[in-house]
Design a protein around this ligand. Structure first.
Ligand code: MTE
Length: 356
């Protein structure tokens, strides 16, 4: 697919923070089905970890019959699998919450789409023989540091319920887009969890522990939890699957266009199934018109490009709304569910256009 810009006008990542490095994909300017690795968004809680010989070993231990340490080269010799999928940070679009949610003010670009290659986690768990009574699998990253809300040094660590961990498309990955995983994205080994928000896909894997009780690490019990009320923590629930969502890539918000025909195009995605419909409204949601989708039915975890040819003859100001629906029947709401930490913003997308 062609990009909007010639080679001499390349988009760049947008910097939110340098240490730890947090940068957005220039999502409005990329029409690539697969996000080139240099354009992948970067989301880090700590400064990058050092790569040492230890980084190439992956111990799996805990509530198992036969703890094992896997070497990177051994994993690469095992049967492999490729998964093409959306990786989206649950804080993507946080900046749109009203009232504001505290945290990195991501706009639309904490999302990318890549091809990950690795071994299935299930094949490794079968080798260590998970004991009866195991509840969760904990993935610990090499990166570590302090938090503002607790004393101590913490590694980035998250768990998955055992039934999710055993799903056949959960990978211990060593390649992204046909090359070794870039350092920023988890080299040499990274967990990949399709359909879940990005926080689950732990980078720079240090070790995997099988436990028979719920994991209580702060990236599990403090962060990545929906707290729907400002005043208290009632009704808290964990952040898991990616919500139905979409963006209009072009035209950009507040564009001035001529009368005539314009292509409106964008992306839609969901962690609850494939995209079935993308609709646009030019009258604040009273009526909706279907956009044309480019769907590849073989790609279960991919995003979907869509477009619509808009013929506009009347000069004036327009608001264009866009909403997507997925195969589980989820539709983008007019208002996103507000939550204290600002996760999962997925309200109907809007751009304002002036025709002159
Ligand atoms: N893994 C480690 N070890 N450390 C991290 O800070 N961030 C998580 C996840 N895995 C993180 C991590 C979050 S919140 C997201 S959204 C994704 O990695 C971002 O992956 P990327 O930087 O490769 O785009």
């Amino acid at each position: 697919m062609k990009s909007f810009h010639s080679d001499t006008m390349k988009p760049t990542l947008k910097t939110l923070k340098l240490i730890p490095e947090n940068k957005e994909t220039p999502i409005h300017f990329l029409r690539n089905w697969i996000t080139p690795s240099e354009y992948f968004y970067r989301r880090n809680h700590f400064k990058y970890p050092e790569i040492t010989p230890q980084s190439f070993l992956l111990p799996i231990y805990g509530h198992v019959e036969a703890p094992l340490v896997f070497h990177h080269s051994y994993l690469k010799s095992m049967p492999s699998k490729k998964i093409t999928m959306v990786l989206e940070c649950s804080g993507n679009k946080r900046t749109y919450f009203e009232p504001k949610a505290y945290g990195e003010q991501w706009e639309d670009g904490a999302i990318s789409h890549g091809i990950w290659k690795g071994v299935t986690l299930k094949s490794l768990l079968d080798m260590v023989v998970v004991k009866h009574g195991a509840k969760e699998i904990v993935f610990i990253g090499h990166d570590k540091g302090t938090r503002t809300d607790m004393e101590g040094i913490f590694h980035y660590a998250r768990s998955l319920p055992i039934d999710v961990a055993l799903q056949p498309d959960v990978l211990i990955a060593y390649e992204l887009n046909g090359s070794t995983i870039p350092y920023e994205h988890g080299y040499p080994l990274r967990l990949i969890v399709p359909q879940w928000y990005g926080m689950a896909s732990v980078k720079w894997l240090k070790e995997i522990q099988i436990i028979d009780h719920p994991f209580k690490g702060p990236f599990q019990t403090v962060d990545y939890v929906y707290y729907p009320h400002k005043a208290n923590d009632l009704d808290a629930r964990p952040v898991t699957n990616i919500k139905i969502n979409s963006i209009i890539q072009q035209p950009l918000d507040y564009s001035i266009l001529d009368t005539g025909t314009h292509e409106i195009c964008g992306i839609a995605w969901s962690g609850h199934g494939s995209i079935t419909t993308v609709e646009l409204s030019f009258d604040n949601g009273s009526t909706w018109i279907k956009a044309k989708l480019s769907v590849d039915p073989k790609q279960k975890y991919s995003w979907t490009f869509w477009r619509y040819l808009w013929n506009v003859q009347k000069k004036g100001e327009y608001t264009i709304l866009c909403r997507a629906e997925d195969s589980s029947g989820n539709v983008q709401p007019f208002e996103a569910e507000w939550n204290k930490k600002g996760y999962g913003f997925n309200a109907v997308y809007k751009v304002h256009i002036k025709i002159e």
